[in-house]
Design a protein around this ligand. Structure first.
Ligand SMILES: C[S@@+](CC[C@H](N)C(=O)[O-])C[C@H]1O[C@@H](n2cnc3c(N)ncnc32)[C@H](O)[C@@H]1O
Length: 278
């Protein structure tokens, strides 16, 4: 995990397309998040802090688990996305979720939490260890810490000669995230981050959605990732709009799977959870 003094450029942008993409992403990775919450011990009546809450997907999942006797506070540095999150919570009648705009590392809260969690957020912070050290001060004794972050550095070992398009897409993803300053290895880096923040060694899991069937949602989802990444791909001169060719991307991926008989996988996600040391 490289360290700089600056947070990463939020690689995927702040457009309404990106808000929609985050909601779509949650349909694909939501089950991993729910399992993490259950394994970590999140249950009825708990008070949970969700950092980098985005369009509210993690907060909505957690709100179901903690019920109305619990409470969820979502924090995001992008105030605009919280309008969507608040609307979604209200549509579901979830009055026990609150969203606050601000940098999660500097906000003060009047009450302590049972759980600190986040999904795809530490990867954008310049120093995840100091962020975590600061954030766990908001926890009650023996509080739970649970994070889900992507891991991009495993890709090169999965390159296969029969899947040139898939290989190319992952090279572009690695390039753009690297240029942006995001931690490409935040998933695996969760282990070091937890122990350097003086937490117990976390229980960890690695998962990636994989598919090959004709109607698999992953092809279209990959195209939506590239639509969000495209401005930075162009800015860093990694590839041109024509080379990425978003309009045909999902179809070309589907064709490559048919031809190569190799299923296509989406980015790996690592989950980690632990309790505060006594
Ligand atoms: C990839 S999105 C993930 C959103 C949500 N957790 C999800 O999984 O759907 C990352 C979010 O973290 C927010 N973010 C980044 N740095 C932050 C910080 N220091 N404090 C609060 N939010 C932050 C961004 O604005 C963005 O909405």
């Amino acid at each position: 995990m490289s360290m700089s003094n600056h947070d990463a450029n939020y690689t995927l942008g702040r457009t309404s397309h990106e808000t929609t993409r985050l909601i779509e992403q949650s349909k694909i990775y939501g089950e991993t998040t729910r399992s993490l919450c259950v394994r970590a011990g999140i249950t009825t009546g708990m008070r949970v802090l969700d950092i980098g809450s985005g369009a509210g997907d993690v907060a909505l999942t957690v709100a179901e688990l903690v019920g109305k006797t619990g409470q969820v506070v979502g924090v995001d540095i992008n105030p605009a996305i919280l309008d969507t999150a608040r609307q979604r919570a209200s549509d579901k009648g979830m009055t026990h979720i609150e969203f606050i705009a601000g940098d999660a590392r500097t906000i003060d809260f009047d009450k302590k939490f049972d759980v600190l969690m986040g999904r795809f957020v530490l990867m954008y912070m310049s120093d995840p260890v100091s962020a975590l050290k600061q954030l766990i001060t908001h926890l009650k004794p023996c509080g739970i810490v649970a994070f889900q972050e992507p891991e991009y550095t495993l890709y090169p070992s999965y390159h296969h000669p029969a899947t040139p398009l898939m290989n190319q897409l992952y090279r572009w993803i690695l390039d753009v995230f690297e240029h942006s300053g995001a931690h490409l290895d935040m998933g695996m880096g969760l282990y070091r981050t937890f122990i350097e923040a003086s937490l117990h060694p976390p229980e960890m899991h690695l998962q990636a959605p994989i598919g090959a069937e004709d109607k698999w949602v992953g092809y279209r989802y990959m195209a939506t990732i590239f639509q969000s990444l495209l401005p930075l791909i162009e800015k860093y001169e990694i590839a041109t709009v024509e080379e990425v060719d978003i309009a045909t991307l999902a179809e070309r991926l589907r064709a490559e799977v048919l031809l190569s008989k190799r299923p296509f996988f989406l980015p790996f996600h690592v989950t980690a959870h632990a309790r505060l040391t006594d």
